[in-house]
Design a protein around this ligand. Structure first.
Ligand SMILES: *Cc1c(COP(=O)(O)O)cnc(C)c1O
Length: 228
């Protein structure tokens, strides 16, 4: 395991520098530490440095970690592909889901969310690459899905999420993130109250912040390469 504290500090510094460079208010970008395929010791190390938001992609792995970290105050975010037979534990134990991309999943999460916990925060994942194999709702189908999900009791629609293909060029990174920003602006002008753009990872968080990211999801730059 790498020494997490200096890596976490460096990522926070990148976020702070990008906020300043692109005219974003200080602390307008939240850091989600993506801990999938990293051991609970790594999460404890990040938590000891005041990291509270963690992102996981695999339901079974996340549930084991939650049980072992029950003593810590962690805000859990589900960011992976979600199958309909796995929605119940996600609805019951996570605070956020970033990867909702179809109505069936949204309906199940809404029905299965315990009332006592309050609404589950959700983002809709948008497929900006147009590849059929990729997860995410298409920009064409987004407005209808957003309106329907927004009306579901048990969920609170917060915004949009995307996972662009790896792209080294900063200008082109920005172009993709700008499309997600414009989609959220469009939905807002249609009357939805959205406050979240979940975009930007280890290699493109500056471009995402330039285009209005409110949550960046960072794994490798904090925890190092993932295990098998
Ligand atoms: C793994 C993952 C990340 C983190 O990616 P890094 O390149 O390791 O920072 C972010 N978002 C999602 C949806 C992921 O699956």
């Amino acid at each position: 395991m790498i020494n997490i504290a200096p890596h976490l500090r460096a990522v926070r510094e990148r976020i702070r520098a990008a906020e300043e460079r692109f005219g974003r208010p200080p602390d307008s970008v939240q850091l989600l530490a993506v801990s999938k395929r990293h051991p609970v010791t790594a999460l404890r190390a990040a938590h000891a440095q005041d990291q509270r938001r963690f992102g996981e992609s695999y339901v079974q792995e996340a549930l084991v970690k939650m049980d072992r970290l029950i003593d810590l105050d962690i805000e859990w975010h589900f960011i992976g592909p979600l199958q309909s037979n796995k929605t119940r534990p996600v609805a019951e134990r996570f605070h956020w889901v970033h990867s909702v991309d179809r109505l069936k999943i949204a309906r199940r999460l809404a029905e299965q969310r315990p009332i006592t916990l309050g609404p589950l925060n959700v983002c809709l994942e948008v497929n900006l690459s147009g590849e059929k194999s990729k997860s995410g709702v298409s920009p064409d189908e987004l407005p209808e899905l957003a309106k329907t999900v927004d009306a579901l009791t048990g969920l609170r629609l917060r915004g949009l999420m995307c996972i662009p293909a790896p792209e080294p060029d900063f200008r082109r990174q920005r172009q993709v993130f700008a499309r997600l920003r414009r989609l959220v602006e469009q939905l807002s002008s249609d009357g939805l109250q959205l406050d979240t753009l979940s975009m930007g990872m280890s290699n493109d968080l500056e471009a995402a912040i330039a285009e209005g990211a409110t949550i960046v999801r960072v794994g490798t730059a904090i925890f190092g390469p993932r295990g098998g």
